[in-house]
Write a protein that binds this ligand. Structure first.
Ligand code: NI
Length: 169
């Protein structure tokens, strides 16, 4: 089992960095993806962006299966919102904002493209939870967080609570 990576906790400023495009598809990238999956499983999360473990490259791991045995890796993911979309509301959580859940509305019809660990490109029009989850994770790569969708008052409350709880920096 690979070493568990440290997950950055809001309001750590490193969560605000914009991630760089992945250009090298090598063993290092494979190792990081595998370590991130282990970290995500240990933390009982369904998705994790490289930004959250202080690696600022466009890499996301995810597992939305009930049995936690369908690991997925998305490299350089991007999406466009498709015509006829509706806003879909889902109660989200985030490993970087422990104890905070909030209903967020996101478009429910997207076309998603990404590369795999070999650098091959894939395009898909996902449905259900994947649609929401990938938008949440791509936000991380842009330095954006769930708390940016709620009121400043709520955000400040979460910030003070977590600063007290996690004196990491
Ligand atoms: Ni998150």
């Amino acid at each position: 089992m690979a070493k568990k990576l440290d997950i950055l906790i809001f309001p750590d400023p490193r969560l605000r960095k914009v991630a760089e495009k992945v250009v090298k598809f090598d063993k290092c990238l494979e190792k990081l993806a595998s370590d991130m999956l282990d970290t995500m499983y240990e933390a009982n999360g369904i998705g994790l962006a490289a930004t959250q473990v202080d690696h600022h490259i466009r890499l996301i791991v995810m597992d939305l299966s009930e049995d936690r045995n369908e690991p997925r890796v998305f490299i350089n993911p991007s999406y466009k919102i498709l015509e006829g979309y509706k806003m879909f509301e889902y109660e989200e959580g985030c490993l970087s904002i422990p104890g905070f859940n909030e209903v967020i509305a996101r478009p429910d019809k997207i076309e998603l493209s990404w590369q795999d660990l070999k650098g091959e490109t894939h395009v898909d029009t996902p449905e259900g939870l994947l649609t929401v989850c990938i938008q949440h994770e791509i936000d991380h790569l842009e330095g954006k967080l769930m708390v940016d969708y709620v009121s400043a008052l709520k955000r400040d409350r979460v910030r003070s609570k977590l600063l007290k709880e996690f004196k990491r920096y």
